[in-house]
Design a protein around this ligand. Structure first.
Ligand code: T5A
Ligand code: NA
Length: 209
């Protein structure tokens, strides 16, 4: 067998809280591995690191932090994993990422008086996703899903602002998918996009945000 230098794809799932990102990222990794395509899942925030543990305390309302300070922690949490992301992609592993820089920007800028451009700053230079799939679900459906309302940000007014902020990112590698579909139907649709992307970027360089 000949050795190839093909890289993996960087795929991101985005959406409001409870839109099904965690469910779908796990199912996608399983489906890709079944097709013998190397794939792994990464989640942001990664609550297992020292920075992630402060973020967890903040989200579960154990501690309060100034808005700009917590924004930089979310970003630092991504930079903590940046070397690993590059390493895996170069080794040919496709990464399915549950939330990324887009979450960082849309959530913080949904807070009052925090500038969108300022929010984008710390994300500059991180690996740029080859495909972002936005799981779109009406807020009225989101609030019916189990566990909604437990953490910081989980209220209708805030999620509406977040949903609107995502509009600013809808460019060519950002696609919107109907998240109200049945779980397995949704996986099948997402998988199709992922496989297409893996094939189309395999000889391209990974870009930067
Ligand atoms: N945040 C995050 C920032 O402010 N800045 C940042 O930089 C980052 C990265 C935590 C919070 O942090 C904010 C955003 C968040 O408010 P999180 O840990 O990803 O981020 O938390 P949530 O988004 O709330 O994650 P959830 O796990 O709650 O939502 P998911 O992953 O979208 O949804 P999932 O898959 O867990 O599903 C939720 C429920 O719905 C059911 C599932 O079984 C589950 O019960 N479900 C479906 N039901 C019907 N049909 C389907 N198709 C379904 N898919 C899932
Ligand atoms: Na999640």
């Amino acid at each position: 067998m000949t050795k190839t230098a093909m890289r993996g794809a960087l795929i991101v799932l985005e959406g409001c809280d409870r839109s099904g990102k965690t469910t779908q990222s796990s199912k996608l990794v399983e489906a890709l591995n079944n097709l013998k395509i190397p794939a792994k899942k990464i989640s942001f925030p990664d609550r297992s690191t020292p920075i992630g543990s402060i973020i967890n305390d903040y989200l579960s309302k154990k501690i309060d932090l100034p808005d700009k300070s917590v924004h930089l922690l979310f970003s630092a949490n991504r930079w903590e994993l940046e070397p690993e992301i590059r390493k895996q992609i170069e080794a040919g592993v496709t990464l399915i990422v549950d939330r990324y820089s887009y979450s960082g920007v849309v959530f913080t800028s949904a807070k009052q008086s925090i500038d969108f451009e300022w929010c984008c700053g710390p994300e500059n230079g991180l690996p740029k996703p080859d495909l972002v799939m936005f799981l779109k679900l009406p807020i009225s459906d989101i609030i019916k899903r189990s566990g909604f309302g437990d953490e910081r940000y989980e209220n209708i007014e805030f999620q509406n602002k977040v949903d609107k902020n995502y509009e600013k990112f809808k460019t060519d590698n950002f696609i919107e998918v109907d998240a109200a579909q049945d779980i397995s139907v949704l996986t099948k649709n997402l998988l199709e996009q992922v496989v297409k992307t893996i094939d189309s970027v395999k000889n391209q360089k990974l870009d930067k945000l």
